[in-house]
Write a protein that binds this ligand. Structure first.
Ligand SMILES: [Zn+2]
Length: 483
């Protein structure tokens, strides 16, 4: 009893905690009905029974997991170390792409490099030796990443993306070989997605829009982390919905002594920052607006005729974010107007809520524990998609494996260092084995895949309902014409 007690509590929490996905009182109010329906949906799925069924002893699954482990031991861990020692920032990951695709070829995948106008993006589909008639699914997808962070001392792998490729490859190769050897239906495709830490461009969104992920039934990915976690079921994002926007002002140059002969673009940027500060007092307090001046003129004795400011505008939901963004755009237009300059608004990227499903997250979590995960957070985390853009994770069901791979926080030199040590290697192994196990379940249990799709479709519908409720919640005042 003492064993099942806490489990029951946690499971109840996995469901009822969904309410905490909403960050603001307005959001919680708008989500009330939706959360109730979400709870009903989750309860109908018998997640506990599902986890017990999937994680029960299974010799076939063990074979796939053992192959993934062997690949990690003999090849992939070393490959990850190699990439860790050769960090390349987003969209310049040429060595990593060459290394990963060369290896994928050796294991029977057919890589295509340069996807959706992104030089360092790739797709590689496994070529079966025992072809299956027609286009029989399931179609399994694995996302690989490999970009390093931009640091003051140069590029570094402080987020351990370096071994994400090898982890995903070990799992993908293991399940692809298994399906092929046993003449079971299914396809396995890996997606090399560059520049996770950078935008523009938003690589996964561009790839999604180009149709690269079309037809994939379930997507998997891993990410480095300092505690073993999984998200609760629902919709959300780790770090608010974000609009990336660049304001480019153009003026006219003139001598410092006769500034009236020119128009000062830097002055316009300074107005923009001040205008934004004046907005902060009367927009909802959860908004985060932060910018930098990336160009501000060339010399003090010339009136700057060009200046550029780059902003991330964030809000917990995308519905009110639209209002915040309009305030910021208007602040830029007002800045231009008051300085006699002109402004160009370039919306270069957005990150949105994704969807997480318990039918994937709970078995994934159970497998991570089974395969040796450490520093386990029993409480499910906030609902969020498995990809940071929200684009892919709100369209295709999937899961990101996050077993502890470091004692340090993300984006640190210590996390980079630990990618090469035991704690990193152990966590990477856990991720690879767990991913292989869950890929096996999705590939070999059609009823399970149907259940995942049912939950995903249910949450997706509820997410739309929630957005519609928010539209009603965020009314705007009527401002009459002055008399
Ligand atoms: Zn990352």
């Amino acid at each position: 009893m003492s064993k099942t007690g806490p489990k029951l509590f946690l499971l109840a929490c996995a469901i009822s905690c969904a309410a905490y996905a909403q960050d603001t009182p307005t959001e919680r109010q708008a989500a009330k009905g939706v959360i109730e329906k979400l709870n009903t949906l989750e309860q109908s799925l018998d997640i506990k029974g599902l986890v017990a069924k999937l994680t029960a002893p299974n010799k076939e699954r063990d074979k796939v997991v053992a192959r993934a482990k062997q690949l990690m031991d003999t090849d992939m861990i070393a490959l990850g170390d190699q990439i860790t020692r050769d960090p390349e920032i987003g969209f310049k990951e040429d060595h990593a792409v060459h290394t990963l695709t060369t290896r994928l070829k050796q294991y029977g995948f057919e890589p295509e490099i340069g996807i959706a106008d992104l030089r360092t993006a790739f797709i590689a589909k496994y070529k079966r030796k025992t072809p299956i008639a027609g286009d029989a699914g399931p179609h399994l997808g694995v996302i690989l990443e490999y970009d390093a962070l931009r640091g003051t001392k140069g590029a570094f792998h402080g987020d351990q993306h370096s071994t994400q490729g090898p982890i995903g490859m070990a799992a993908a190769i293991a399940i692809a070989e298994y399906l092929d050897q046993n003449k079971l239906p299914g396809t396995v495709t890996v997606f090399g997605t560059p520049g996770e830490e950078m935008m523009p461009p938003v690589a996964k969104t561009d790839m999604f829009k180009a149709g690269v992920f079309n037809g994939i039934d379930v997507m998997m990915r891993s990410h480095a982390v300092s505690a073993t976690v999984r998200p609760a079921a629902g919709f959300g994002t780790c770090c608010l919905n974000i609009d990336g926007v660049r304001y480019t002002f153009s003026g006219a140059p003139a001598h410092q002594m006769t500034p009236w002969a020119g128009r000062n673009a830097l002055e316009a940027v300074i107005h923009l920052f001040n205008n934004i500060d004046s907005i902060r007092g009367f927009i909802r307090p959860e908004a985060r607006i932060q910018g930098i001046i990336s160009e501000g003129g060339a010399a003090p004795n010339v009136v700057p005729d060009r200046a550029v400011a780059d902003f991330y505008v964030r809000y917990p939901d995308e519905v009110y974010l639209r209002q915040v963004k309009k305030f910021v755009d208007d602040a830029a237009k007002a800045a231009a107007l008051s300085t006699g300059t002109k402004v160009k608004i370039d919306n270069y990227g957005e990150l949105r809520d994704g969807i997480s499903v318990a039918t994937l997250a709970e078995p994934a979590f159970a497998y991570m524990k089974m395969y040796g995960a450490t520093n386990i957070l029993e409480e499910p985390g906030k609902p969020q998609g498995y990809d940071e853009t929200g684009t892919v994770s709100s369209a295709i069901p999937g899961i990101g494996f996050e077993a502890q791979t470091s004692t340090a926080a993300n984006h640190t030199y210590q996390m980079e260092a630990e990618a090469l040590t035991d704690i990193g290697h152990k966590g990477f192994m856990t991720d690879a084995q767990s991913m292989a196990a869950l890929l096996f379940d999705v590939a070999t249990r059609p009823d399970y895949l149907q259940l995942v799709k049912k939950e995903f479709a249910g949450i997706k519908g509820l997410f739309s309902e929630y957005q519609a409720d928010l539209e009603k919640a965020y009314t705007e005042p009527v401002v009459p014409e002055p008399k």
